[in-house]
Design a protein around this ligand. Structure first.
Ligand code: XMP
Ligand code: MG
Length: 180
């Protein structure tokens, strides 16, 4: 798998340290708030499981699945809910946990979808953000790392469901995902 990467962007220990910082920050901000962390399947699962173990206050977790890129490295633009949350978030403090923000369209969709359920607040926490790729003006509350406009995999992120189990984040070689 390593041969498919052109570079390692963030080693495992660097990611762990950053996630610990995010967990510490969220523990302070959400003390007494019993937040609901909503993990966006499947890419954010690895991030969620590390993040929640660095949050020292009571919390709940839930999961949401939305349609993603499929077998392409390009956003389709049309987003649908595949699995919805089970917890009633009315009056609750919600933190959306996402793996990566590219165009920002998925995150905007998620915020809109959850907002109609009348939570007390919605915050966004993403491991990776590609600011140059945003197509809309979107505010992200907690960002692990900002990256350039490369297609990255590992630490939960996939291409064609592959590479999610890499313990680090790397740049996928273009030849792997661009058809000749
Ligand atoms: P948008 O464009 O809606 O995209 O912000 C967010 C979703 O697209 C996927 N995505 C990626 N997945 N490497 C990946 O493995 C990437 O570099 C990448 N960029 C976007 C991801 O599913 C994310 O939730
Ligand atoms: Mg995703």
């Amino acid at each position: 798998m390593n041969n498919d990467l052109s570079a390692v962007l963030f080693e495992e220990n660097v990611i762990r340290m950053r996630i610990r910082e995010l967990g510490t920050e969220l523990s302070k901000v959400y003390a007494e708030k019993n937040p609901v962390l909503i993990c966006v399947l499947r890419g954010a699962v690895v991030f969620l499981t590390d993040l929640m173990r660095h949050i020292t206050i009571p919390l709940e977790i839930d999961f949401m699945g939305i349609s993603s890129y499929g077998a392409s490295a390009q956003s389709s633009g049309s987003i649908t809910v595949k699995n919805d949350i089970n917890i009633d978030i009315k009056g609750r403090h919600v933190i959306i946990v996402e793996d990566i923000v590219d165009t920002g369209l998925s995150l905007r969709f998620l915020i809109g979808h959850l907002d109609i359920l009348s939570p007390a607040s919605i915050a966004t926490c993403v491991l990776l953000d590609k600011p140059e790729a945003h197509k809309i003006d979107i505010h992200i509350d907690y960002v692990g790392f900002e990256i350039g406009n490369d297609f990255v995999v590992g630490f939960g992120l996939d291409f064609n469901e592959k590479y999610r189990n890499l313990p680090y984040v790397g740049i996928l070689k273009e030849e792997v995902y661009i058809e000749p």
